[in-house]
Ligand binder design. Structure first.
Ligand SMILES: [Zn+2]
Length: 139
């Protein structure tokens, strides 16, 4: 499994995690996924839950896509985010009005082609589905 979302309630504080490939020997996250650890060259890499919160590093909007699912009147926002543990990912962005440095959390969801993708959401936002995202884009 490439990624998944968990929410755990601890004293009314929601903690979100995603599953990322992680080295069993040195615990380094391997993203993008690879067969050999970039840190210690171990071949033992498995998916482990990691904190899904971080900050928005940069964002942009795709103005044209060959995939119909990304063709919306306002374009398709994407972003680079850095998780609190340091991993940097390129993800879909829920709200293009979010500013660089904003605190975010990632959610894993399935796109219409059945691929597991990540989307950056504001910290206070509940989990969404791909259909929710499309509805928001078409507003
Ligand atoms: Zn390692």
């Amino acid at each position: 499994m490439f990624g998944r979302l968990h929410s755990q309630s601890r004293s009314k504080v929601m903690t979100y995690t995603i599953s990322l490939p992680t080295c069993d020997s040195c615990n380094a996250v391997q993203y993008p996924s690879r067969e050999i650890c970039r840190n210690c060259f171990s071949e033992n890499i498995t998916h482990k839950d990691t904190d899904a919160s971080g900050i928005l590093l940069a964002h942009s909007t795709i103005g044209h896509s060959l995939h119909n699912q990304f063709s919306t009147p306002a374009g398709w926002p994407i972003a680079t985010v850095q998780l609190n543990k340091g991993t940097v990912l390129i993800v879909h962005l829920f709200d293009s009005a979010m500013t660089t440095g904003a605190k975010i959390r990632l959610q894993s969801l399935m796109d219409p082609d059945g691929r597991r993708v990540f989307i950056a959401l504001p910290l206070s936002m509940k989990a969404i589905s791909w259909e929710d995202l499309i509805k928001e884009r078409m507003k």
